[in-house]
Design a protein around this ligand. Structure first.
Ligand code: PAF
Length: 285
């Protein structure tokens, strides 16, 4: 049975009860509009924990002015059905006011790893993510928390947060789930028109081109980056970045790297998409 709670205190109590019974708690934080990518996190949580809590909360703190907070898809009833079908033990779906009451005045800030890539284009975004995830960790007391690697920098940031603040939680990054044609699943894909959906594949084409050439022995980060960038520049309306960086620091890669993160963010109309591949580690997207 899936228990649904709306208030932080009730959520904390249900997690405390599970731990008191000796259960290992797994946390899957989401903003809802669940898709197969989220469900793969639930499956992994169920493999690693005895009690799985999933949160549905469109966190206003991680959206800047002019971003898509207002139109972010909210599909609560369908999300609950997915959770019930998957035997998620606990769903937490708070109102913003109960997460951020009027006197709220604390921000959790992680340093360097948040600065490049997304941080350059969404400078307040990670502060919102690290603040809400710290609250969720504190409410839940999870042994393990699962995040998708499509938000690669988010995963690395949250792993850093847990390590730096001695949070007793394992932060796991799960593989990107893709449509059959390669497009990474994202709640934002539903914003795309049919024509934009087709053009969105350019981001995958770029990652595949870099992956193919890497497989044939190319190790020059800039050459790989340029290959990934070309289709994105020609098919998207605006490109924020196509970067080739060290997969751990997200800074400049070493010469002749053994692994290389190619990460991209670009706009089609009003929709911003991100995607990535770790060359030397991930399968061809
Ligand atoms: O990846 C997301 O959906 C969000 O950034 C998260 C981790 C649930 C925090 O709001």
């Amino acid at each position: 049975m899936t228990l649904i709670v709306r208030e932080p205190a009730g959520f904390r109590r249900a997690c405390d009860d599970a731990r008191a019974k000796g259960q290992r708690v797994g946390l899957v934080p989401t903003m809802g509009a669940l898709h197969a990518g989220h469900l793969s996190l639930v499956d992994e949580a169920q493999r690693r924990a005895d009690f799985v809590a999933l949160t549905l909360f469109v966190n206003p703190l991680q959206f800047a002015e002019g971003e898509d907070l207002g139109r972010y898809p909210r599909t609560f009833e369908r999300d609950l059905e997915e959770c019930r079908a998957r035997n998620v033990d606990l769903v937490f779906s708070p109102e913003p006011a109960s997460m951020y009451p009027p006197a709220f005045q604390t921000t959790v800030v992680v340093g360097e790893v948040t600065q490049p890539l997304e941080g350059k284009f969404r400078p307040t975004h990670f502060d919102g993510v690290t603040t809400v995830v710290t609250k969720l960790f504190n409410l839940t007391g999870p042994s393990v928390a699962l995040f998708g690697r499509k938000d690669y920098q988010q995963w690395k940031t949250l792993a850093r947060l847990a390590r730096d603040l001695d949070m007793p939680v394992e932060v796991v990054g799960c593989p990107i789930v893709r449509e059959e044609d390669g497009l990474a699943l994202s709640s934002r894909n539903r914003y795309l028109s049919a024509a934009e959906r087709e053009r969105a594949l350019a981001i995958v084409a770029g990652l595949r081109a870099a992956h193919d050439v890497w497989t044939n022995g190319e190790r020059d980060p800039e050459a790989l980056r340029l290959l990934a960038e070309e289709p994105v520049r020609s098919r998207f309306d605006r490109v924020d970045y196509v970067a080739a960086v060290d997969p751990e620091t997200l800074g400049p890669p070493e010469a002749g790297p053994s692994r290389l993160l190619i990460a991209a963010a670009a706009h089609l109309g009003n929709t911003r998409l991100i995607d990535n591949v770790v060359l030397g580690e991930d399968r061809r997207p």
